[in-house]
Design a protein around this ligand. Structure first.
Ligand SMILES: N[C@@H](CCC(=O)N[C@@H](CS)C(=O)NCC(=O)O)C(=O)O
Length: 212
């Protein structure tokens, strides 16, 4: 069975959403990101991945896959009929890659990661100055679209949904971008997204760790 190392409301939430949307069973291992402890058995998360970052997906053959963009596409490709990624050869597959990279680098690493890990005003001045311009890109894209890629839910939507969910706690009110606020509301109305978030929010209340 697939196994996902995750931390509640961290970027691994997108992988949980993807697994659930694909209808794939997995074992979930909770990781405490500050202490790098795997909570199941108190082991050291560095032994699972030298990056010590979630998500880590353990494949059926025992190999470990990291990096959200790769993990999300892998999950999508396990169940092509679920439509979570355009198939190889479809030009929209590059659009999916484009959005996965954008969320991972421009929103996650450029803004959410420093906000939750560094916290001091001097380190955060530039990320804070830039995030509005960054978010105006998906806001404009979604002004007349329901989904990031094509006309159905893909793993890029799982990734952006996670990022948008964290923005409030990072001090950004997405009501400034009505198309993003409406998009997030639509995504949260999806049963799998709602269940995945409820599961992780319940866990999060029990532990003090960083979500990004
Ligand atoms: N490039 C990686 C980043 C993964 C990442 O930064 N995960 C965060 C949680 S959202 C983490 O585990 N941080 C712990 C750390 O960096 O020490 C990806 O996109 O999956």
């Amino acid at each position: 069975m697939l196994q996902l190392y995750f931390s509640p409301m961290a970027c691994s939430l997108a992988s949980r959403i993807a697994l659930m949307e694909a209808g794939l069973d997995a074992r979930y291992h909770l990781v405490h990101l500050r202490t790098k402890q795997v909570v199941d058995d108190d082991s050291d998360f560095h032994q699972i991945s030298p990056k010590a970052a979630v998500p880590v997906l353990v494949l059926e053959n025992g190999e470990r896959l990291t990096e959200s963009a790769a993990v999300l596409q892998y999950i999508a490709d396990l169940k092509p009929d679920a439509g979570l990624a355009p198939r190889p050869g479809d030009p929209d597959r590059y659009r999916l890659q484009e959005w996965l990279s954008f969320v991972g680098s421009e929103i996650h690493k450029a803004f959410l990661f420093p906000t939750f890990w560094y916290k001091d005003d001097a380190s955060l001045a530039k990320p804070r100055a830039r995030i509005g311009r960054t978010l105006s890109v998906p806001a404009a894209h979604l002004a007349d679209r329901k989904f990031l890629v094509g006309d159905s839910f893909t793993v890029a939507d799982a990734h952006l949904t996670w990022a948008l969910l964290l923005l409030g706690a990072a001090g950004v009110d997405i009501a400034q971008w009505p198309s993003l606020a409406a998009y997030l509301q639509r995504m949260q109305a999806r049963p799998m997204v709602r269940d995945a978030v409820a599961t992780e929010m319940a866990l999060r209340r029990t532990m003090a760790t960083s979500p990004a």
